[in-house]
Design a protein. Structure first.
Length: 357
């Protein structure tokens, strides 16, 4: 960052972003995930959850897509857009620790082991969108697909209806909560531990499984507890608890509802006035929702009273967006995310299967 930028005030940064947005017009499209901090979120041409943003990325004709989200989201956008379009991650260090838990070589090893007991045509990999492009490509090659938290039920149903066993990765909690919702008992959802020195599931466990869960998780969504639900209900006995499906099963089962970020927003927006909500997901979304709902006489609180921020989403500051916009204006875009051609086609196949479902 140059010294010129260090001396800019927040207001000056905001004004320069707005001026550049106007100047670059239809050449750019800014996508903001709900977990962004408000200072950055406000500049989005579209804002939403992972599913909505990937749909917008597949539709936009803009030459440059600035993705205020994390690395896997920008990769997905690059897979879904044409070769003439460029996807920029304003802060190149914004990753997702859960996506990093599914390493492509570990996935290939797991697949090889599992398919030594179950014919490959009876196995289907489903990767949560929070995964690398290489993992998505593997799913495409193996006739699998991708899901988001908004469509996991539909996608897993699609696989189970074909009578196949699912390998669900990387989020064990989304996989388990989805399986439970669809009536799959826990005994038929064994946990595959990719970091064990030797395979941790036996032939029998694999043969009996309906969904094999990868041992990954989101550190933000694992910060919610049964104690927090009890404390919330004590404070407001009439309160409703709603959590994201990346939250562990025992907490989802005690909550009144669970859903993707867009479902959480939708349910609370449609709730009666004077209702009280405790929300188990990322704090920037909860604070924004609380502010909006206050005007409608609804009380919204974070379920976790200590901060549950996604620290990597939080890395994208307005100054990063400004620097990215300036680089586009100078015809020398920075932080361009490019998925290698050899994995793009298979990853596209996997993502497109999801978008068609
Ligand atoms: P959504 O799919 O609900 O947008 O969630 C994305 C995410 O990263 C949740 O941790
Ligand atoms: Fe990844 Fe969790 Fe952040 Fe979502 S909230 S981007 S899963 S680390």
């Amino acid at each position: 960052m140059s010294n010129n930028h260090i001396s800019l005030t927040q207001q000056e940064i905001t004004n320069q972003i707005l001026d550049l947005k106007k100047e670059l017009g239809n050449d750019i499209c800014i996508l903001s995930h709900y977990y962004q901090q408000d200072h950055t979120f406000q500049f989005g041409d579209f804002s939403g959850d992972s599913l909505y943003l990937s749909q917008q990325a597949s539709k936009t004709k803009a030459k440059y897509i600035l993705f205020c989200g994390v690395h896997f989201m920008a990769e997905s956008a690059d897979i879904l857009t044409s070769d003439e379009q460029q996807v920029i991650l304003p802060n190149a260090s914004a990753g997702c620790s859960m996506a990093d838990m599914a390493d492509i070589d570990d996935l290939k090893d797991a697949w090889q082991y599992m398919s030594s007991f179950v014919p490959e045509q009876n196995l289907v990999p489903i990767a949560y969108i929070n995964s690398s492009a290489a993992v998505k490509a593997f799913c495409g090659e193996k006739q699998g697909t991708i899901c988001t938290s908004a469509n996991a039920n539909k996608v897993v149903t699609w696989a189970l209806k074909q009578g196949k066993k699912v390998l669900f990765l990387p989020d064990q909690h989304l996989g388990r909560n989805t399986g439970t919702f669809l009536g799959v008992p826990n005994e038929k959802m064994p946990l595959w531990k990719p970091t064990e020195p030797a395979p941790n599931l036996s032939k029998q466990e694999i043969e009996q499984a309906q969904i094999m869960l990868w041992d990954g998780y989101c550190s933000v969504h694992c910060r919610f507890s049964i104690g927090q639900i009890e404390a919330a209900k004590k404070m407001y006995p009439q309160a409703k608890i709603i959590v994201h499906p990346e939250v562990p099963q025992e907490i989802v089962q005690l909550a009144d509802d669970a859903g993707s970020t867009s479902k959480i927003i939708d349910i609370i927006e449609k709730a009666p006035t004077n209702s009280v909500w405790f929300v188990g997901t990322e704090i920037n979304l909860v604070h924004r929702l609380a502010k909006q709902m206050k005007q409608h006489n609804k009380l919204v609180f974070p379920l976790n009273p200590s901060v549950s921020v996604c620290s990597t989403m939080y890395r994208t500051k307005p100054i990063d967006l400004l620097l990215a916009l300036q680089s586009i204006k100078a015809n020398n875009p920075i932080n361009v995310i490019t998925v290698p051609q050899d994995i793009k086609a298979s990853a596209y196949k996997a993502l497109n299967t999801m978008l068609q479902l």
